[in-house]
Design a protein around this ligand. Structure first.
Ligand code: TRP
Length: 334
């Protein structure tokens, strides 16, 4: 608890370009959470170097992501938006938690197995202990809730196991985090394979709408989007392509399935796809404009980075000192 509010923590990697799926499914819905929760959103650059990165590119992407958070409406006075690498407590707690995590547990992590297969030439120890660093992120702020996708649930589970193990030895040190189950955002699927999630790492650029795509690109991608054989705009499991487009249109316009079906009754896929494209342009254009304006304001972004790192550091250090004492490190002489 901070100021009587529960704590929410989430992290995002600055690798790959964010997609419409990331925006409609996550980011957009985070904007109002600060009313109820004390929110921390970290750009997790320490995690990013578990696979090889181009340094200049990583730095640029990290800054763009943080800027995008603000452009999307996360108020940096009400949400703590910061770089993980600016708060050394993440690494320090991570080391301690490493000593409370078993090799066998980490060996079972499916993301490690996937990434090890994908980066067979660089299976480094950081990739293996990635979930421990993630546990440190969450536990450092005593987070009550963590909004995560399905692919990260196993990591949240191991976080809980580590925290419970630590608490069983040393008393109530860590808050045990829960997955955040709020009103969930729209789940957006690939435009080319609508049974697969829209992903920032998809190799087919036509499968995803990137948040920085210009209007022409957006319209073209929707024109090429895979549809179904029925020929009418109707929400149904057997029509994953059209249903996905309806989800996107609904999320961008606030219209219900019934309203959308009515609006496009007797019309073909072509009309519908154009309307979906336009609704997406209408949502992304203001976001892109705000992003461009913010990017020009270097001093402002720098001040957000500095102030929020200080704030994060304050809360992180509180937990860290407690943990260091519990495990038997000597007190600092002041
Ligand atoms: N591993 C997460 C991902 O790739 C990112 C992440 C790092 C995270 N630390 C976190 C997410 C803590 C939630 C909480 O999506």
């Amino acid at each position: 608890m901070i100021d009587n509010k529960k704590v929410l923590f989430s992290g995002m990697q600055a690798t790959g370009n964010l997609t419409l799926g990331n925006y409609l499914g996550a980011l957009k819905n985070w904007v109002t959470l600060c009313d109820e929760y004390e929110c921390f959103y970290s750009v997790v650059d320490l995690h990013s170097i578990t696979v090889r990165q181009d340094p200049a590119e990583l730095r640029k992407r990290a800054r763009n992501l943080l800027t995008l958070y603000i452009a999307a409406g996360l108020d940096p006075e009400k949400n703590c938006l910061y770089y993980q690498s600016h708060v050394s407590g993440h690494c320090e707690l991570s080391w301690i938690l490493n000593c409370f995590t078993y090799m066998g547990e980490l060996n079972r992590m499916t993301q490690f197995k996937d990434k090890a297969a994908k980066h067979a030439d660089n299976i480094n120890a950081g990739l293996f202990t990635y979930p421990v660093l993630m546990a440190a992120d969450i536990l450092l702020y005593q987070a009550d809730v963590v909004p995560v996708g399905k692919d990260q649930l196993q990591h949240l589970e191991i976080t809980r196991d580590i925290a419970q193990r630590f608490n069983a030895i040393y008393g109530d040190v860590f808050t045990i985090p829960e997955p955040y189950i709020g009103k969930s955002g729209a789940k957006i699927m690939s435009l080319q394979e609508p049974t697969k999630k829209m992903s920032k790492s998809d190799e087919n650029p036509n499968a995803s709408i990137y948040l920085m795509d210009d209007p022409d690109t957006i319209m073209r991608k929707f024109k090429r989007a895979v549809t179904d054989s029925e020929g009418c705009v109707r929400y149904h499991e057997s029509q994953p392509g059209i249903s996905n487009l309806m989800d996107i249109y609904g999320a961008c316009t606030g219209k219900t399935y019934a309203e959308i079906e009515k609006e496009f009754e007797g019309k073909g896929y072509g009309d519908f796809k154009a309307a979906v494209g336009e609704s997406v342009v209408d949502v992304l254009k203001p976001l892109q404009d705000r992003f461009a304006d913010l990017s020009k304001n270097k001093d402002y972004i720098d001040s957000v980075i500095k102030n929020n790192a200080e704030k994060a550091n304050y809360f992180a250090t509180k937990t860290l000192r407690k943990v260091q004492k519990k495990v038997g490190f000597p007190e600092r002489i002041r």
